[in-house]
Every structure is written in C-alpha cells, then in structure tokens.
Design a protein around this ligand. Sequence first.
Ligand code: MOS
Length: 756
Amino acid sequence: MPDIAPEMTLTQTAAHVRHGSNVGQPLTRLDGVLKVTGGAHYAADNHPPGMLYAVLAVSSIARGRVTFLDVAAAKAHPDVVDVMTPANKPALAIDPYERTNPFAFRLDLLQDDQVRYANQPIAVVIAATLEAATEGAALLAPRYDADPARVELDSTESFVPPVVGPGFPTEVHRGDVEAGLATAAKQISATYETAPQYHNPMEPHAIVAAWDGDRLTIDTPSQGLSWAQGRVAELFGISPDKIHVRSPFLGGGFGCKGFITGPQVLGIMAARLIGKPVKLVLRREQMFGPVGHRAPTRQTLRLGADSNSNLTALDHHTKTTSSTFDDFFEPASDISHTLYASRAIATSHEAVRIDTGTPLFMRAPGEATGSIALESAIDEMAHACGIDPLAFRLKNYAEVEPISGKPFSSKALRDCYTEGAARFGWQRRPLAPRQMRDGDGLLVGWGLGTATFPAMMFEAQAKAILRQDGRGVMEASVREMGQGALTALTQIAADGLGLDSGHIELRFASSDLADAGPAGGSAHTATAGSAIHNAGADVIAQLAALATNDNRSPLYGAGNAGVIARGGRLFRRDDESRSESYADILDRAGIAQIEGRGKSAGNVAAQSAYAMHAHGAVFAEVKVDPDLGQMRVTRVVGAFAAGRIINPRMVRSQLVGGMIWGVSFALLEQADMDARSGRPMNPNFAEYHIPVNADVPSLEAILVEERDPHVNALGIKGVGEIGITGTAGAVANAVWHATGVRVRKFPITLDRLLES
Ligand code: MOS
C-alpha cells in the first residue's frame, strides 16, 4: 500500500450527498470542507524537517549575457546558505535543451550565462528563511551585456513552422478558396490581433523537493504526474520509480502546470546542491516568462458567401510568435476546421522567433485565440449579407466536420443555438447596430459566438478494491485543480462498483498510484473516469463469477451478464427479488477483498469514423457609455452540449469559469511588452487585468441534453475549456452591435474603441 498523506484520501460523507448519489447528481464538492477549513494542502504548505527556502533571481533584460553576479554579497548575508549559479549547479544527466519527446520543452536550468527572455532564472539563493533568500537574491545585483530585445509580432523574419499546437499540420485546405472567393456575391477580409496572455492561476508554481540518497520526493502542482516524474527522471538520470510526486490540489492549472517547468526543476537542483529539503515558490512577476504563455496572434480572415448567404470560402491565416530556442506555435487557424460548412476552407500559420519564454498550451490553446477572430469575421459576414448573425450561423454551421468530412454531433449545436437564443430573448434583437439604449442612456448591444472544443481522450489506469465489509476503494493518480474532478470521479467510481458514493474511498494524486493520465485538454473526467469505471466493472465481474458459480447463492446460474450491481448488492437481472450483498458473497467465498484494474484510451476506430467535439452557443449583452466608451458586460447566456453530465453543479461551475475567461479575453487581458527593454510591464494582478466580481455579470450556463455514444463508453466530453471559445467573440460582437464600431484588436479597451 502506498504511503499516502491523510489529506490525500477522501471519503464522501453524508453531508456531500444532498441529492442522492452517483452519476448525474449535483453533489457538492467532496473537498469543499477541506478547502474552506484549510485542510486541503497545496504544494507550498509542505514543510519537511530541515527545509530551506529557495528564491529565484531572474534576468531584467530580455537578450544578452549575464556578466556578473555578486555571489559574495549574497553569501555574506547571515541567513543565506548558498547561491546556485551556472558555476556550481549540480550536474544533470542530459542537456535540458535535448528534446527527448515532443513535449519535453527546453528548460533553462542555469546551463550557461545566456539570457533569452526577461524573467529567465539566472541564479537561485537558498536561505534559512524566505526573507533572507529574497534579500540574498536582491544582493546579487546582476550586470549584463545586453542586446536589443525583440518582442513583437514583426520584430524578426517570419517563417512557416513545422507543425502547430501539439503537432498539427501548419497548412490545411479543402476545396479551392480563391475560386470560392472569386465567385462570391459578398466578400470580407479582415485582420484581427490578440495580445499575449500569461497563465496566472491563483497558486503560482511551487515545489518542495526532498532527496533521500538517490530517491526524490516532490510536492508540486502538476497536471501530469507521470509526465513530471518521467521528465525529472531523465534530467537527473534516475529511475522514475525512485521519484515520488504528490499533487493533490492545484490552485488552478490552465496548461502552465501540464509539464514540469524550469523553476520547479531548479528547486530540485537546489535541494540536491544543499543536501536538504528545499521549497521554491514563484513570485507573481516570475510567472511572466519561464512557465509558458499564450502568444500574440495576428489573424487574417477572408470569407465569401453566395447570394443565399451560404459560405463559399473561408481562409484563416495566423501569424504568431515563439521563443528563440524552442517550438510552440499557437494553432489559432485550426478553429476554422470544425465550425462552418464552407465549400472551400484553407488554414495556415506563420511565426516569428522573439525574445520571450516559450509559449505553451493555455486554456483552449488555439481555439480561444482563433475563435474570437473567426466569430468576429462570421458576424461581419452576416452583416455584409444583411442577415441576423444567428440566422447566418443556422444556415452555415457544419452538419459534418468540414475539413475531415466526418460526421459529428451537429444536432447538439443546433439545440444550443435554439435553447440559448430562447433563454436570452435573441429574437428581439434589432439587425442594425446602435439601436438599443437602456434607461440610463447607455448603448446596449447583443452578440453571439459559437463555442466548440475537441472531445479528447488520453491513456489512463485505475485500480479498484472491494473490501470485505462491502465498501470500495478506488486508486488512481487523479488530482483536483478546482474543477471538481474528485467529486465527479467519485461518482463514476461509485457507479462502477455499484455502491453509493458515500461508500467509496478515493486514493488520489500520488505517482505511486495507477497512472490516471493528465488533467488537461478538458479530458480528465473522460479519461480517468473511463479507467475508473472499467476498474469497477472488473471487480464486479469477479464478484459476479463468485456468486453465479456458487450453488449456495440466490444468483446461482444467472451467468455473469445476468446480474446487475447496485447499492452494494448483486441482483438477478431477470428477477430483482433475488439478490445478495457484496459482503455476503465475499464472506461465503472466504475472500478478504477483490482487486480490479481498468484502463482507458481513445477509441481509434471511432475516432477515425467520427469527429468529436463539444459544442455551444453563447449570447452576450454589453452596455457602453456613448460619451466615455466605458464597456460593461451585463448578461451572458451560454448553452452547451458536452455529452453525459456527471455532475451538473461542477459542470456549470466549469462553464461559467470559462465564460468569465472569455469576457476577460474580449475586454481585459493582455501582457504589455515594453519594446525597449523586452520586459512585460504589468506582471501583477493590479495591472494585468482579469475580471473581478464587479466585471462579472449575470452568467447562465444551460446544459443541453446530448448522448454521444462514440466519444467514449461513458459518453463524456470535457467542459474545462469550451466556455472561453464562444464567449470572447460574443462579447466582441455585442460591443459592435452596441456602438457600430468594429474593434479588431483584442482586448477591446476603451482607447481602442474610441480610436476605431
Ligand atoms: Mo489545458 S491548456 O489542456 O490545461
């Protein structure tokens, strides 16, 4: 049995089961009481005996070389224990720039004196207290040999990247776009820009690392425990089974905790250097560089439509940025592969290399950036055709995925349009902009955006144990990022084992347990849930065999498929008056417990036959001050179809969170890069604007009924990311409808609205 800290085992109590139990029920959060009482331990809450504090020193230039660090001054501080620099860092087993797999991003681990972006780690100060380590880092007073920084979309020569996103082709087309444009009755061509954004989960990256000889224990927020374990193993040249990673609770992930980052590895190196446990936590401003971001984009869309307002051509080109030393390219154009049925579609990307950290997957990577441009362009096209933007979408949404030609759940999308529009009151919308005012004279506008996100599956495993007392244990390295995974997965575990969820003990978040796959790509519930379901089914099959083969059982002769499991009992399918409790079956067989295993993975045959996406339609209202240009989102209704809903309370919360992020994308969020220094100018929550309560209006997420039998056996699609995709465009389109002004640079700030 693995060594599991007490906070990493959860049992549902009666208090959680307010509405019955198991799949489909809106159970409250299993971890809610732990969260509000401080009982949920985050990585930085760990304090092993003898632990020291490490603080990063980061570069204040974006390109050049570190020429001097005053290590002597830092070491002279009475509480500073050591300073780790390129001169004394522990040796690694491989070059941290070696790309051992497509997702082994290059890490800056003090391997040289080069500076490639602002806020790159250049030293680590280790001290007895956090304050001393912070002071020591300041005493280093680095000097640089600086080169001019290049941090903008046009700073360097552009090129065609080899692939975009996680390995998608850079250019894709179907049909002849130029011919489609040439024959179109109406055409538009418009260029949209999106700003760089930085992942800012409430909890920054943090690590507590403790070596015991060549064994390593790390507490760190990780969306992918086995990925982190494997990456650390190769960097330090030790076997993965000597590395124990624990990550029960993440204060948000959003993609920046998917792969272990340079600063986290530096914490492990500091612990090795000093021979004591070390804690390293990023300061907020240190999140703006070494741990990924969403790159800026400039997207040009050319659309053509015939005289019936049917799309004849859709061309989507994106220019984006990556770092000078690694490859990640925001796949923004690819959103145009799935949504609208144009006779011809072409998507393409180009990129420049600039002096920033490497961009990375950030919540709906590609879909969010691409969606705000595509949904704006669709709105502009509808206006050019003189028809309502909902009517235009109802004519043009794809019945089969246009680029692949595969069928998908387009009926669900139609239901989202219809149900969302009815709830919002869309039919009262005037066609022309600038027609509505509220009682205070504010301009009112209504906008629509279509939401979509792929339904992905990764590989996962789980282990189930049915104990002699009839209670169940589920073991899988699932983890809670705030999305409600533990609650939903316990519900799935309960149904898999035929128990009430109050009788399930979930053991989670430790790399010693069955590998439950990543919590990313909006796929954690589908992926881990499928493995958990299958582990439960394996136990039930063994239990059924015991009962149905035993002539002392009332189930004797029913056959394995002839029983069903529910509430801790097996019932004869054809005669439910004949049943037996799990405990009785085990007891009679003299078996202490039954263990079952489950796995999951994408169904390759189904994936080649069907396109798999969740869908939605988002309707937004904004109010704009006609004199000052101040904008407020006042109402958003999103209707989403995402397959089977395990827990509607958690799902609504996820969707609403995504919609808030969409509001943020449209109106608030941007990293301002200083072209002279190459530094982000607003690396803090005062100036990097995200919605606060006053910015968040009435938000409603409608769950549209959908049964998709192809995505996975449980019919689950993800809900973590889709909420952003429709919302950002809906808000942008509402601003246009309120004002008649089309701002094509995001976020739509007050100055941009007044300028346009
Ligand atoms: Mo997400 S960008 O898969 O955490």
